[in-house]
Design a protein around this ligand. Structure first.
Ligand code: 0X9
Ligand code: ZN
Length: 697
């Protein structure tokens, strides 16, 4: 991974939040292995007081959740080896759920009791248990047949690896009629197999819109002004295994009572990835269950679908190791599931999308990777997205409905290849990840009800209201672009664009191709995404150029398992303090930086604990004036000579100039292109393009 080198350019925006406190290497507070013979999957809280710890944790190939804070990340341990890997890395942890299967069994009992005592839940569908994959398909088919003209069901073009159809519904007035240029709102669920509430939320929102259409004026208006596309379960194969196995876990078996029907192994209840069983190879249909038994919980096999999209594919926060939980796939869009979503988004004008996950009560917006990272395909830091202010405003207002935290997706750890990073970069449509629920992948079902409808201070709001705000954004012309004009009645209008989307190291070819049909009045209004992609717009990067304002260097030696402190004073207002530690031999030195308080005590301000032989660097944005203690720690068995440098810099904001791109608008009659016009249109702009030549013979 390349970060921007300070002396050339550093995107400073957001760095303050990535410089976290502390680096500790403590042992576990609970024994790593709970059961004497079978290791049951556990949920543990790993201590990661610094970003360096998080980066170290990300190298271990463990199953990280998005449930993380300044000083911890929750991780699923699937095997005793997973626990050993944490210990070997010197990362301490607490066990939060010591036996996820026992928890699963408890949840199943709660769910059974809830269903038994409930005739109809307050959810739009009235459901009181988690759907199975068959339930989703049946519910979507029933919704469409009960509401012809308002709902249509569809199957995406590529079946899953195990041979299943991936289904969705589209909702809109006269939905079976021709497309009339309305903006599309897309909602996705279950990229990750075990995240069952993510599908429930998507499906309930679809039912909600349909059931309230014609009676609730706000919903009626929103549905009239949009097309809503819902794909509640994308990872159909993984979900089928997780839902089936999870639903089977029974306390009697966990307790050793046994009923003969119940799981003998942990099963796939906590599977994350898809059903790719052998890297880069196709799987005979129907073999996923058998194939997944080669790893605990089907865990080692598969591609992480939310690392397989093209946007900065292959970059940080995604693994190139097949067995890893965040395996990115053999190539960008190598998986049929992600190809489906790519084609869906490329063929429609999706102005806003929400992709649901569990858990952590978060509303995340692009980018997935930190702004100071430099994709080698671009050579400049990522910076913040061009539309950061608008993305943040909507994220914040949605989070105000459900009490979640609204933040950049990268703030807890980097990811590349996620769906909204690709779609935002390629189309400009806004995209958000919802991490639903406080603390479990598939909690007791009543929690799904509360998260959807809102509870406590959020009663009557919840994700339902947040989703409605997202849909309002999708139809709001101020946040996308609108083309209007005259064109022959019945003609087909087409907008096309072909371009290279940057991956981390190179690029992929993307083609957007969307159509609408002009109505009988010979006029059209087409809600579209801006013609220029955000990823090629002007990019603001804060750069540090030239020499430091002040610099100080020290050399020294430190005995094994000892540390040496140096003091450095920040005596003026500056933009950056950079501390670098270098040494000639391939040994392991770490660097910690502390603020010295008035009473002489130390508060950690940053740390760097790279792998053996990598040099250390700590960067503090807008450092407060005062004394800093720079601590060189020797973890190695020899006594290397080191050089420590502290330097103060002033930064300048500079702009990487952007490009202007156009859509190619064509007007077609009887399958013949009659008129072609390049169209440049910005976000928030309405542009009139009369296609009168298209009417001439
Ligand atoms: O890692 C993920 O794919 C998501 N978290 S989860 O625990 N549900 O697996 C978070 C993705 C958010 N990041 C980006 N969208 N970049
Ligand atoms: Zn997820």
């Amino acid at each position: 991974m390349q970060r921007s080198s300070l002396r050339r350019h550093v995107a400073v925006c957001g760095i303050a939040t990535t410089v976290l406190v502390g680096l500790t290497a403590t042992g576990p507070t609970t024994p790593a292995v709970a059961a004497p013979d079978v290791f049951r999957p556990q949920l543990v809280t790993v201590d990661t007081p610094s970003r360096a710890d998080k980066e170290l944790l990300q190298t271990l190939g463990l199953d990280l959740t998005e449930h993380a804070g300044q000083d911890y990340v929750e991780v699923v341990l699937h095997t005793a080896e997973d626990a050993t890997a944490l210990l070997a890395a010197g990362l301490g942890y607490d066990v939060r759920i010591p036996d996820l299967l026992a928890r699963e069994a408890e949840n199943n009992q709660v769910n059974a009791a809830y269903a038994a005592s409930t005739v109809s839940s307050p959810l739009p569908s009235g459901r009181d248990t988690y759907r199975t994959l068959a339930d989703y398909d049946a519910d979507m088919a029933a919704l469409a047949s009960a509401h012809p003209g308002l709902v249509k069901s569809f199957s995406l073009p590529h079946p899953s690896l195990d041979g299943r159809q991936i289904n969705g519904v589209e909702i809109g007035r006269d939905v079976t009629g021709p497309e009339r240029g309305l903006p599309v709102f897309l909602m996705l669920g279950v990229h990750h197999a075990r995240e069952w509430p993510s599908g429930e939320h998507a499906m309930e929102f679809a039912v909600d819109l349909v059931e309230n259409y014609g009676t609730d004026p706000r919903i009626t208006d929103l549905v009239n002004r949009s097309r809503v596309v819902v794909v509640p379960v994308l990872n159909v194969d993984g979900f089928e295994l997780s839902r089936t196995d999870g639903g089977l876990v029974d306390l009697r078996e966990i307790d050793g009572g046994g009923t003969g029907t119940i799981l003998g192994t942990p099963g796939n209840a906590y599977k994350r990835k898809n059903c790719r069983l052998v890297d880069g190879q196709d799987t005979p249909d129907g073999t996923c269950r058998a194939g997944s038994l080669t790893s605990p919980g089907g865990y080692g096999t598969g591609v992480d679908l939310n690392r397989n999209y093209g946007g900065y594919w292959g970059g940080p926060g995604a693994s190139d190791v097949f067995a890893d939980p965040t395996y990115r796939g053999a190539d960008a869009f190598s998986e049929p599931e992600t190809q489906n979503i790519r084609e869906l988004i490329s063929g429609r004008q999706v102005t806003t999308l929400v992709t649901n996950h569990t858990f952590s009560n978060l509303v995340l917006r692009p980018n997935g990777a930190a702004p100071d990272l430099v994709p080698s395909s671009e050579g400049v830091p990522l910076g913040d997205p061009y539309d950061e202010a608008a993305l943040k405003a909507l994220g914040d207002s949605m989070a105000a409905q459900n009490g979640y935290t609204s933040q950049h997706a990268w703030e807890l750890y980097d990811t590349t290849g996620s769906v909204e990073d690709w779609s935002y970069n390629a189309t400009g449509g806004f995209g958000y990840t919802f991490e639903i629920g406080p603390d479990e992948f598939h909690p007791p079902f009543p929690e799904v009800v509360d998260e959807y409808l809102g509870a406590g201070p959020y009663a009557g709001k919840g994700n339902r209201e947040a989703f409605l705000l997202a849909l309002e954004n999708a139809v709001n012309p101020a946040t996308h672009s609108v083309l209007t004009g005259k064109a022959p009645a019945g003609s087909t209008l087409r907008l096309r664009k072909t371009f290279a989307t940057p991956t981390w190291d190179g690029s992929i070819q993307d083609s957007l191709d969307t159509t609408m049909t002009v109505g009988r009045d010979g006029r059209y209004t087409w809600h579209v995404n801006p013609s220029t992609r955000p990823v090629v717009k002007d990019r603001q990067v804060e750069t540090v150029s030239g020499d430091p304002v002040r610099e100080e260097s020290w050399t020294g030696t430190t005995a094994p398992l000892r540390f040496t402190d140096q003091e450095f004073t920040v005596d003026r207002t500056v933009d950056l303090l950079e501390i670098e530690l270098d040494w000639p031999t391939p040994d392991d030195l770490d660097l910690e930086v502390y603020r010295k308080n008035a009473d002489g005590s130390l508060t950690e301000a940053g740390s760097s604990g790279n792998a053996v032989a990598e040099k250390e660097r700590v960067l503090l944005q807008d450092p407060a004036q005062g004394t800093y203690v720079l601590r060189v720690i020797n973890f190695a068995s020899v006594t290397p000579n080191w050089t420590l440098t502290a330097a103060l810099f002033d930064a300048e904001t500079s702009t990487v100039p952007g490009l202007v791109e156009n859509w190619t608008l064509t007007c077609e009659r009887n399958g013949q292109v009659v008129q072609t016009v390049p169209v440049v249109v910005d976000r928030g702009q309405q542009l009139r393009v009369d296609l009168t030549a298209c009417g001439r013979r």
